[in-house]
Design a protein around this ligand. Structure first.
Ligand code: KIV
Ligand code: ZN
Length: 512
């Protein structure tokens, strides 16, 4: 029988560390539900000790998700580990993932600890964690740049203390495939009790080799867990991408000979959800989930695919969730059809009143846009989740005037803590005028570091999806808004980013 490859998704923890990708508790819960539908084996839901917000998100996910193991990251100290255990207490299956850096550079410059102190702390924290939860993962941070002899000592010791998974991170994305694979193999060969743990790979993408390195860790090194994120989201250049690693192992089963538990038909929905929630747009030529991943432009390729699909296709688009871009609803569609479509798309609404609000928005959109695609519904619902009553700012309406040779003017009505206010401004263009109209009242002082517009379903008839990235007092957040009118989409995105600046105010950068 082929071995199983465990898929450990860290979109909600390492992915969220990407500047601007921070998510609210509800957004994380929604993504966790999609990860469960995708049947990932382990969901790293966050870093419980890093903030109250993260604690609550891990706790909510641990209570709601039943089929995947839920994991929390924690530094190698009793306080972090206790917080992780507390947040995970409602989980069906819980894992604590504790880490400490082991490379000479990190130990000396960052931790200011001697190797012996690090070894002791690693042992002590695994021992402590093991008394709280049976499933313990240990990571030597910057493991790939650590001294082999020292790493062997640390890993042998933590396995003896009860660590059940050993994860070897290439924290800075420095590895190359063959060397990384051999590094894992050497560790497994030299450590006497290595067979008592499952070996895991965790690769960053700084040199664009995260997926290749992870595959080498599996093939050459014998790792049986891969840590990855949807769309490769993550710090700097990101992590190993889940969709690529999964489809590589599945498509080349002849070579890897490994079983996967993943329902690959849920991949695209997961990719879209993460992209719409974080505002990190997926590049069109991205493998598996990019808009062009299964599009054949050249005549020779089109001809070949029509005659025999496998002339130019190694995977089937429908196996990763692509369906024809069909019109699914219009203005005559009823509430039941809308609700059914939400279910088919894997969107869960909290209550019937949420369905009603989303349906009212859908009707509004259908009046302005004759063809409603799945993408429109997903955007509408994610917006629905973003602009809820609990948030400080909400969009109401906007009017603007622009004419060649004249300076554009905008007037925006929005709510602040439920009360309507009215801002006015001019600007370089209608978008600039609208955002200045909001800022004239909010006075956030935030700096805009990114503004991007994307057509949700292709043509000028489609909705515009706008991402606004704001930076303030060291915090970076993304807001996303969509509407057939891109000026309105921009105002919604700006308000959404302002809401996120509020909700991330209590976060602390706790990663040591
Ligand atoms: O990249 C890294 O080293 C990490 C560890 C905390 C596992 O994310
Ligand atoms: Zn990482």
């Amino acid at each position: 029988m082929a071995d199983k490859l465990i898929i450990f998704d860290t979109t909600l923890r390492d992915g969220e560390q990407s500047p601007g990708a921070s998510m609210t508790r509800d957004e994380k819960l929604r993504i966790a539900r999609q990860l469960e539908r995708l049947k990932v084996d382990v969901i790293e839901a966050g870093f419980a000790a890093s903030s109250n917000g993260d604690f609550e998100a891990v706790q909510a996910i641990a209570n709601a998700i039943k089929d995947s193991t839920i994991c929390s990251l924690s530094r190698a100290n009793d306080r972090d580990i206790s917080r992780a255990a507390e947040a995970l207490s409602g989980a069906n299956s819980a894992r604590i993932h504790t880490f400490i850096a082991t490379s000479p550079l990190h130990m000396e410059k960052k931790l200011r600890m001697s190797p012996d102190q690090v070894l002791e702390q690693a042992k002590q924290s695994v021992r402590f964690a093991r008394n709280l939860v049976g499933d313990i993962e240990f990571s030597p941070e910057d493991g790939y740049r650590s001294d082999m002899d020292f790493l062997c000592r640390v890993l042998e010791a933590v396995i003896a203390e009860g660590a059940t998974t050993i994860n070897v991170p290439d924290t800075v994305g420095y590895a190359v495939p063959e060397l990384y694979g051999e590094f894992i193999r050497t560790l497994r060969e030299r450590i006497p009790n290595s067979d008592k743990a499952i070996w895991s790979v965790h690769c960053h993408n700084d040199l664009g080799m995260a997926v290749a390195n992870s595959l080498a860790g599996v093939k050459i090194g014998g790792a049986r867990q891969v840590e990855c994120t949807i769309n490769g989201l993550g710090e700097r250049a990101g992590n190993c991408s889940l969709e690529e690693i999964v489809m590589a192992v599945k498509t080349r089963k002849d070579y890897f000979n490994l079983e996967l538990g993943i329902d690959t038909r849920q991949i695209l929905a997961a990719s879209r959800m993460v992209s719409q929630t974080t505002g990190f747009v997926v590049q069109p030529n991205k493998a598996v989930v990019g808009a062009n991943a299964f599009a054949h432009a050249s005549g020779i390729h089109q001809d070949g695919v029509l005659k025999a699909r496998d002339t130019y296709e190694i995977m089937r688009a429908e196996d990763v969730g692509w369906t024809a871009n069909k019109i699914i609803l219009g203005k005559l569609s009823g509430r039941n059809a809308f609700k059914q479509r939400l279910q088919d798309l894997g969107v869960e609404m909290h209550s019937e009143s949420d369905v009603n609000t989303a349906f009212a928005k859908f009707k509004e959109l259908a009046d302005r846009k004759s063809e409603i695609f799945d993408e429109d519904i997903l955007a509408l619902v994610s917006e629905e989740n973003i602009h809820n009553d609990k948030e400080q700012f909400g969009f109401v309406s906007l009017s603007q005037h622009s004419e060649t040779g004249e300076r554009p003017q905008a007037s925006v009505i929005f709510t602040v803590d439920g009360k309507e206010v009215h801002g006015q401004s001019d600007g370089n263009g209608p978008v600039d005028a609208s955002l200045k109209a909001i800022e004239s009242l909010v006075k956030s002082g935030a700096e805009m570091v990114l503004y991007s517009v994307n057509a949700i379903s292709g043509s000028t008839e489609s909705q515009g999806e706008v991402t606004v990235r704001l930076q303030n007092s060291g915090r970076v957040v993304n807001g996303v808004g969509s509407d057939p009118d891109i000026v309105v989409a921009s105002a919604k995105a700006y308000l959404s980013a302002l809401n996120k600046l509020q909700s991330t105010a209590d976060r602390v950068a706790a990663q040591g």
